[in-house]
Design a protein around this ligand. Structure first.
Ligand code: UDP
Length: 487
């Protein structure tokens, strides 16, 4: 072990894990969107759970408080759980760069995709176990025997055994996976399996993701969801959306737009003041140009480079493409972000001038989560078409977010995206996510046919309302907690 490893582990032991403190919001707030009947069902379920938990805490642990779908979801689930009178907390682990390089490799392997990276042998397992043990000790300063802890994704799987030894009830929730298990997934499960043995229950986003070795174990399938009232998804006036997109340099001034204002989660008024941390654009898209938008982490599996290449082929003449992701500086749990963004910038520079003028790359600031969410909200609402050309996808909250906003979506038929979109009803699916020609054809077809785009957008909105709002996930989560609390 290096001196850096030792220092990280030692410092994690000295203090409790970092906690993301979240203000409570009563789940009844959702009633204005989901209606009285759904709100009443939710109220009964969370009331029952609250009674059953009594003084026990419900704790979520992951590797980052911002950036990516898990952080996005935890923020709201913890917020509504607290609003329901449950003592819900959210902590993030601390680890060093070799640890996160290892867990990023596991992430790719679980998606069934080969990835170079650290060897997964005994040395790696020992370091993973050491870091996990230290984080578990730090977490146990805030968690008591009998509390319910959900550990999210491979970064925190190593906490299962030490927490179980301390009498904590432990759920491991995996947000990634692939329908077709292969040598890559086998390799990842061979590494993770021994760390997971003692978990009380497991949660996956799709039944197909459950590995063979968990047959006969307590497994739940829970799909993610979105909060229709968050800064990312709440209604936004078109002129405010236009002003925000203009403020961040992804639309030329149309004149007459109001201030780049938005409602924060607590209902107060916010104004977008930050610039993108990085913006590569020769000039902002003209106000009348259709905007094609993909919002994703800078991860090779999101295939931002593939979107750019298909777009540059020419069939989308007249439209502009905005590839938007989080700031890549200082992200500890995703070591690939800055490399992938750098590759996109190189590709962008190499585009012929005419294509380059229609492609824009932006990294959004992450230091104010609500302002970042308002930027994403505005961009998705301003998009003529939202794309998600992922090569693999656990679920794909960006797709749900766009569907909720009634946007026509073109997305790969992979993972959880297949559960969200029925081709031709709620959006268009790309059978082969690497098929750039089909991707460009689908996207150009929707840019050029507003009637079809509107009809798919309307279908998408209904689908999101019916299946992918937070009340459904809160209900399923309550059932999971009731089962685990009763063990
Ligand atoms: N996201 C964001 N700002 C960004 C890029 C992404 O808030 O600059 C959010 C996005 O809106 C979505 C989440 O990160 O809520 C990504 O979740 P998804 O399930 O699509 O993919 P993941 O990153 O978890 O693989």
């Amino acid at each position: 072990m290096t001196a850096q490893h030792t220092a990280t582990i030692a410092s994690a032991e000295l203090r409790p894990l970092p906690e993301t403190r979240i203000a409570a919001a009563p789940p009844s707030l959702l009633g204005s969107t989901i209606g009285a009947r759904r709100a009443a069902v939710l109220d009964t379920a969370v009331g029952d759970l609250r009674g059953m938990l009594a003084a026990r805490r419900v704790v979520d642990v992951n590797s980052t408080p911002a950036g990516g779908g898990v952080a996005e979801m935890l923020y709201r689930l913890v917020r509504y759980s607290r609003g329901a009178g449950i003592d819900a907390r959210w902590f993030t682990i601390e680890a060093d760069a070799p640890f996160f390089a290892l867990t990023k490799r596991l992430h790719h392997l679980l998606h069934g995709s080969w990835a170079d990276g650290p060897d997964l042998g005994h040395g790696a397992a020992a370091h993973y176990a050491d870091v996990s043990e230290a984080n578990a000790r730090a977490l146990l300063r805030s968690v008591r025997p009998g509390d319910l802890v959900t550990l999210h994704d491979p970064q925190v799987a190593g906490l299962v055994a030490p927490l179980r030894r301390a009498g904590v009830r432990v759920v491991w929730r995996c947000h990634i996976g692939t329908d077709t298990h292969n040598a890559c997934t086998d390799r990842a499960w061979a590494f993770l399996g021994p760390f997971l043995e003692d978990a009380d229950a497991f949660v996956f986003s799709r039944a197909q993701y459950v590995p063979r070795h968990l047959a006969g174990r307590r497994v739940f399938v829970i799909q993610p969801s979105i909060d229709p009232l968050s800064s990312k998804n709440r209604p936004m006036d078109p002129s405010a959306a236009a002003a925000i997109v203009q403020r961040i340099g992804l639309r030329a001034g149309a004149g007459g737009d109001g201030p780049p204002a938005y409602r924060r989660g607590d209902g107060s008024l916010g104004v977008v003041r930050r610039d993108p941390v990085c913006l590569h654009s020769t000039a902002p898209p003209p106000p009348e140009a259709p905007l094609v938008v993909q919002v994703s982490r800078w991860d090779p599996l999101k295939d931002m480079a593939g979107v750019m290449a298909s777009f540059a082929d020419g069939s989308l003449d007249g439209a502009h493409l905005a590839l938007v992701g989080p700031d890549v500086t200082g992200v500890t749990d995703d070591p690939e972000g800055s490399r992938v963004f750098g590759q996109c910038v190189e590709l962008w520079r190499a585009l012929p001038a005419r294509a380059r003028a229609r492609v824009h790359l932006a990294c959004l600031p992450m230091d104010d989560a609500e302002e970042n969410a308002a930027m994403v909200n505005a961009l998705q609402r301003q998009a003529a078409v939202v794309t998600q050309k992922s090569l693999a996808e656990g679920f794909g909250l960006t797709v749900t977010e766009a569907m909720w906003k009634g946007r026509p979506v073109v997305a790969s038929a992979v993972g959880g995206i297949r559960d969200q979109i029925e081709h031709g009803v709620h959006g268009l699916l790309l059978d082969d996510p690497r098929d750039r020609v089909a991707f460009a054809t689908h996207t150009a077809g929707l840019v050029g046919d507003r009637t079809r785009a509107c009809s798919l957008g309307a279908g998408a909105h209904s689908r999101a309302r019916e299946h992918f709002l937070d009340d459904r996930q809160l209900l399923e989560q309550a059932a999971l907690y009731r089962t685990v609390a009763a063990l």
